[in-house]
Design a binder for this molecule. Structure first.
Ligand SMILES: *Cc1c(COP(=O)(O)O)cnc(C)c1O
Length: 384
């Protein structure tokens, strides 16, 4: 089909001109190191915050499950793809999050595209923090509800939107990242929960970067005094080191998901080795508070060395502005032996291209200090 290829080439050429074309780079990962173009680099661009994807107990759980149950689930969980391993994983998740029940999805992205449309639809309202992850926006759009974006972290703005629009809609949802994926800050969850209670709006927090890292490893709803978040979703692919998404909520909400969330119904269950690995990783997270505190401690070594606002999570952005500047800074760090992937629009708003540093438990302190020194002398100035 000529028109099809012409369309694809035309799109790619336009992206190329805007320097927004992307492609996956082959990367061999070995713990905190990656190999690119024949060079070994210390990576600050992996979300494996606790390095559990390489933990012997996690690997063993996956190998044992593969040998016992095979590699694939074979069908949707509502058909024949269900397995006792899923229930074990779900009860661990619910226990860690302090909810009555939990439900596992194929991925975090799939979870949000299933959860949100199962709860709201035409005639309903979704309020979304403007810096929320793409899958929250995707799920909100798929739902057919009216979607309004409030300014980042701005509870007063969310309140004003609810005051104006809540009455005209039957149901309402407030959806936000718990830890923001590109900024590393924690959402004002207790204020949002209170706002939700006042306006009968259900709060969903996406804890992809919170679980295993903040709130003693229990996630963003457990930071500080804690917050009453009725819909705690997240991923098993980051600090948990495996794959899959989840929702922790009341028994009724979880039962609804199992019957109404389309990615749960129409997509094959997760592979048993992945499920077993996630369970083993959650046991480690629940059982070792000192280790769980390490990524945040490492991130704070970095922010202190650079005089930046104290890190609230394992993610620290250094905003340089122009996409080209972020690319140049990343190339410079690569020459110094560090992999720090530049984050450019449309992942972040135009003019806020950045280096995004992700700290893990096993990053050596001396390397963090050396990295901070290089960033201080050769990158921070770019933003000015
Ligand atoms: C990574 C991420 C997701 C997607 O999770 P996957 O399991 O990788 O699909 C969802 N939300 C946020 C905030 C994320 O950072």
């Amino acid at each position: 089909m000529r028109s099809l290829d012409e369309f694809a080439y035309g799109k790619l050429a336009a992206l190329e001109r805007a320097r927004l074309r992307r492609s996956p780079v082959v990367t061999a990962r070995d713990g905190i190191y990656v190999e690119r173009g024949g060079r070994r680099l210390l990576s600050f661009s992996c979300n494996d915050y606790l390095n559990l994807s390489r933990h012997p107990a996690v690997i063993k759980a996956a190998v044992d499950a593969a040998e016992l149950y095979g590699v694939g689930a074979g069908a949707s969980r509502l058909v024949t793809g269900n397995h006792p391993l899923y229930e074990e994983l779900e009860s661990r998740l619910a226990r860690l999050k302090g909810t009555a029940a939990a439900c596992v999805f194929g991925s975090g992205y799939l979870a949000n595209t299933g959860i949100i449309p199962a709860l709201v639809g035409g005639g309903d309202l979704v309020l979304v923090d403007e810096l929320s992850h793409a899958c929250i926006n995707g799920g909100a759009k798929l739902s057919g509800a009216t979607v309004l974006r409030y300014r980042h972290g701005d509870v007063d703005h969310a309140q004003a939107l609810l005051a104006q629009h809540r009455v005209a809609h039957e149901r309402a949802l407030i959806a936000t990242d718990g830890v923001f994926s590109m900024d590393g800050d924690v959402a004002p969850l207790s204020a949002l929960a209170e706002l939700g209670r006042r306006h009968d709006a259900w709060l969903l927090a996406d804890d992809a970067h919170g679980l295993g890292v903040v709130g003693n490893g229990r996630g963003s709803a457990f930071v500080g005094g804690g917050a009453d978040v009725p819909l705690q979703m997240g991923t098993l692919s980051k600090a948990v080191g495996a794959y899959g998404g989840y929702l922790c909520a009341s028994r009724a909400v979880i039962d609804l998901m199992r019957t109404r969330a389309r990615p749960f119904i129409y997509s094959t269950g997760l592979p048993p080795p992945v499920v077993a690995a996630a369970s083993a990783a959650l046991d480690l997270i629940a059982g070792d508070a000192a280790y769980v505190a390490e990524p945040l401690r490492k991130a704070r070594l970095f922010t202190r060395a650079l005089n930046l606002a104290e890190a609230q999570s394992a993610i620290v952005p250094v905003i340089v502005g122009a996409a080209d500047a972020a690319l140049a800074a990343s190339t410079m760090l690569e020459d110094e032996g560090f992999l720090v992937v530049p984050i450019r629009p449309p992942t972040v708003p135009a003019g806020t291209a950045r280096l995004r540093f992700a700290f893990t438990a096993q990053h050596p302190e001396a390397a963090i200090e050396r990295l901070a020194g290089i960033v201080r002398s050769r990158v921070v100035g770019l933003a000015a």
